[in-house]
Design a protein around this ligand. Structure first.
Ligand code: MF3
Ligand code: CO
Length: 254
């Protein structure tokens, strides 16, 4: 069952989204070669708590940290720890926060120092694929139009989208209906309606779409160990179009 949100609830989600956006902005300024993934996790937690919010991932099904940090061939759900980021790495940082009962969820992939042109392009195209999906999140379309737009964009560049993990509805709960795949044929699934709030989160691989999970029970990596990038925004569907609730200050988009 898809839970539609009132305008007031969307404003509450925007408040939570702003906290997530502030945490990601702080991290984006401070990720340099030499920082550990634990340092990044601490930055995230400090910003979230300073805003009177709570990290939503911590404790979720036993997840032990505030951020998920996925480096290079890691796709999502990497657990922060002692690993030191090195020049040329790409780091996907996913953060969720709860403020006054409502959730925000967003992710970016950040180049660490100078990265290869190939990695840079993967990051750029994955972010563009997210915004292609967001543009399709409008009244009059159906759910699968979002994934179709994401897939079209990513595949145009020879990349593949991960199918085993999907985006999701979001609201009072981090994961609500519907699931939001990043692939598919257009014109399928529920009609998009005013008040739907979705976390759209393409994961794009340089090689094949297959993923495997590591023995820590969380980290997902590409099966062929190719590079992977991940971007996510929480978006409300409104009469005036998609409203990005986790947009960062000064963030511009295609
Ligand atoms: N953004 C991810 C998601 O939507 C984060 C969940 S990670 C977990 O599923 F640790 F909380 F499980
Ligand atoms: Co999410």
């Amino acid at each position: 069952m898809i839970i539609l949100k009132s305008r007031d609830e969307i404003e509450k989600m925007r408040a939570a989204g702003k906290v997530v956006a502030a945490a990601l902005a702080e991290i984006m300024e401070n990720v340099v070669p030499g920082v550990t993934t634990r340092d990044i996790d601490q930055m995230a937690e400090e910003v979230i708590l300073a805003h009177g919010a709570v990290p939503s991932f911590k404790g979720y099904r036993g997840y032990p940290a505030t951020a998920c940090i996925a480096i290079n061939d890691e796709v999502v759900h990497g657990i922060p720890g002692a690993r030191v980021l090195e020049e040329g790495d790409i780091a996907g940082i996913d953060i969720g926060a709860i403020l006054a009962g409502y959730q925000g969820d967003s992710a970016v992939t950040i180049p660490v120092g100078k990265v290869s042109p190939e990695a840079e392009r993967l990051i750029k195209v994955t972010r563009e694929a997210l915004f292609a999906g967001i543009r399709a999140a409008k009244i009059g379309n159906r759910l699968s139009d979002i994934g179709h737009a994401v897939q079209q964009h990513a595949e145009k560049f020879g990349y593949s989208v991960v199918r085993d993990l999907v985006g999701h509805g979001i609201g009072r709960d981090m994961h609500e209906d519907p699931q939001v795949p990043n692939y598919g044929r257009p014109g399928r699934g529920p009609k998009l309606q005013e008040g739907m709030t979705l976390a759209i989160e393409p994961m794009v691989n340089m090689g094949g779409p297959e993923v495997v999970s590591l023995s820590d029970g969380w980290t997902i990596v590409t099966a062929d160990r190719s590079l992977s990038a991940h971007f996510e925004h929480t978006v409300a569907i409104t009469k005036s179009g998609p409203d990005i609730l986790t947009l960062r200050k000064g963030e511009t988009y295609p």
